[in-house]
Design a protein around this ligand. Sequence first.
Ligand SMILES: Nc1ncnc2c1ncn2[C@@H]1O[C@H](COP(=O)(O)OP(=O)(O)OP(=O)(O)O)[C@@H](O)[C@H]1O
Length: 482
Amino acid sequence: MQRLYQWTAQLQLHDGASALVRSDFTAVGSLHNSPRCCSPRRLSMPSATRIKYKWIYGAENLETYEPGGYHPVTTDQIIHNRYRITNKLGHGGYSTIWLAHDQERQQYVALKIGMSRFDSVRREIATLRALEKRPCSLKWDPAWMKCAVLPRVLDAFDVTGPNGVYACYTLAPIQGDLQEALFSGMFHIPVARTLAAKLMLTVSFLHAHGVCHGDIHLQNVLVERTEPIDHLSVEEYWETFGEPETEPIEREDGKPLTSNVPPVATLAWSSEKEATDLTLENAKRLVISDFGEAFDPSSKTRLGKDSHVPLAKRAPEAFFEPDQPLSYASDVWSLGTAIWGIIGMKNLFSDDEPQNSTVAQQIDLLGADHLPPKWKSIWQRPQSEILVEDRRPHPPEWKREPWPPLNTAFEKFVQKYRREEGYVPFEADETAAILALMRGMLRFDPKERLTIEEALQSEWMVKWALPELREAMQSDCGQSHE
Ligand SMILES: Nc1ncnc2c1ncn2[C@@H]1O[C@H](COP(=O)(O)OP(=O)(O)OP(=O)(O)O)[C@@H](O)[C@H]1O
């Protein structure tokens, strides 16, 4: 898969117009070496005293193998006297995730091992466990109830290692995230509708249970495995799927490695399933993951400035009102950008742009007239009034390409690619319904934004997306949350 990314990125560089490759190919970075993983807020040691390693494409940030950081793990290692590491599934800014064989139950699990200095994995375990017991506060269609699948914590424990004490938990292994699937292709329309419906339904389940996810983006949206693997021994698994790809880790100063870092970097296994190959069977098995940022707005204040949602998916109130609490509406914004990602080819806002460019794109797309007056005056405040500590947005100082308005963006980022690459484009009536939903979910003012319940009742959901999901679910709902 690593090779595929390199290949597609090159294709983009040399022949961007003709290849069906995400045009914001910064996704190459965000898949494996996410800037979120390497952002300064995550670092503990001053950079001058950190040990530097030769960069390995596709590996986690190796400098983070230090006290307080990742647990050094290698294939075949047994964790907690029970879980035999079989392959790597991925990594995030807070954890590494491994496919492990549970020697007690003879089944495969995804093992998430948190970095020792963050309590994100502990919070995630608490949220998921609480969600299993929480009563539903809103009217929620019981017919859909068992279709909202959340990851289930199978086992939770601490592990002690050279970099500290790490919170760990196991959950069912899942096939891959949608961001990865979308890297070089698009979903067929019925699959896109099913994914969007199931994603929205799952978020509505969370909101109905008083929980904001707090980090909705397509890297945190996974589809379950369809092929069984529990009957395979670890050796048989390796024979079938290959052994994990590894690269030796080397220090930049040439000195020998310490025990803080593994001898080799293991590259994440990929199903190599592209968006085009995803079927309704896969789509109906969508699961939201990563509850490390989830919070209950009635009991916990999460300020806009503390949001960790990638900038391109972050709601504007987090930028304009950084000292105000976030709530369900911010999830709805991020969900809107995720649904756009599912139906289109190019992200709604470009990844890895700084805050001011992201806000400028939001304003271009939705129109300055829709900016709440108090935000308009923040945006337009004279440069001379901006104090160093004032991080609120203002127009970028450099010249940039204006972003198209919503309708044009749909034509340019969705329909054009669909036609050029031989995918069926959306019909005019469905397009109008999608755009109306997007406008409702992406209202600047969070109070005016659609609630998740309203979004679920939108024309696109009711006439196109939910019926598609219902049909796909006829037989079963995949794994049940109950
Ligand atoms: N149950 C699972 N099965 C298979 N792969 C998984 C599973 N959970 C996570 N992954 C993979 O690992 C990646 C990182 O997981 P996750 O986002 O939960 O980590 P994190 O450290 O909490 O990240 P973040 O920096 O986004 O907070 C996912 O994008 C996905 O590719």
